[in-house]
Design a binder for this molecule. Structure first.
Ligand code: GLN
Length: 229
């Protein structure tokens, strides 16, 4: 195969968008999370250090950050979609997710149709935004660039519900017991790490490391660390 080259010598530069707990989040001035641990395995295998660049999700999911060589890899809880595959290449799947609805505990919402006339929060540029647009035509959609703002606005009652990936919503509900995941929609999403289109050397390296980590228990250990009940 082709020679693996990185944007900066000795570094694997990762573009992500904070916060996206438990995939990537700043804790005690360190960026940690499920994605961070997995990309660290790749960096370790390459004998380089991972350097995380916090940047808007839009530039990540459009492939722009990879194409302008801002980063070598994108790790942002990003769902593999046919549209995105036109602008960047994805690794094998490393996580399964589905769209979900977060609301105040006891709220009477079971489907997006129940949100008719209500304020539904979505994060711009995400699969949740696309899903909300398609399945909640009667709701007033309110867009946020940031997951933190989206969730805070739900908590303070500016929104009636939020549609987004189940992984982060379940994590937030665990930490905010006045909220609950009211429904999950089985959208069957797979998260992949992004590389610049045609960077087969890095994509194959990531896939090799993922495969090995899944086989030798390191993937399971990292999974339990971030998603244990
Ligand atoms: N998985 C969703 C997507 O790819 C959300 C990702 C995110 O907000 N970081 O659109």
């Amino acid at each position: 195969g082709s020679e693996l080259s990185l944007v900066e010598k000795g570094k694997l530069k990762t573009c992500t968008h904070l916060p996206y707990e438990p995939f990537q989040v700043r804790k005690n001035n360190k960026i940690v999370g499920f994605d961070v641990d997995l990309v660290d395995l790749v960096a370790e295998d390459l004998k380089v250090k991972q350097e995380i660049v916090d940047t808007p999700f839009e530039g990540i999911q459009t492939g722009e950050d990879l194409n302008t060589r801002k980063c070598d890899i994108a790790a942002a809880g990003m769902t593999i979609t046919p549209v995105r595959e036109k602008n960047l290449d994805f690794s094998d799947s490393y996580f399964e997710a589905t769209q979900a609805l977060l609301a105040k505990k006891g709220a009477p919402y079971r489907s997006l149709a129940d949100l008719k006339g209500k304020r539904l929060g979505v994060q711009q540029g995400t699969t949740g935004e696309v899903y909300g647009r398609k399945h909640a035509p009667g709701a007033t959609k309110v867009q946020f660039e940031d997951l933190a703002l989206l969730l805070t606005n739900l908590k303070t009652g500016q929104l009636d519900a939020v549609v987004h990936d189940n992984g982060v919503l379940l994590d937030y509900a665990k930490k905010n017991p006045e909220l609950a995941v009211a429904a999950e929609f089985r959208t069957g999403e797979q998260y992949g790490f992004g590389v610049q289109t045609g960077n087969d050397a890095l994509r194959e390296e990531v896939n090799k490391v993922l495969k090995k980590a899944k086989a030798d228990g390191r993937y399971d250990r990292i999974y339990r660390k971030w998603f244990s009940a």
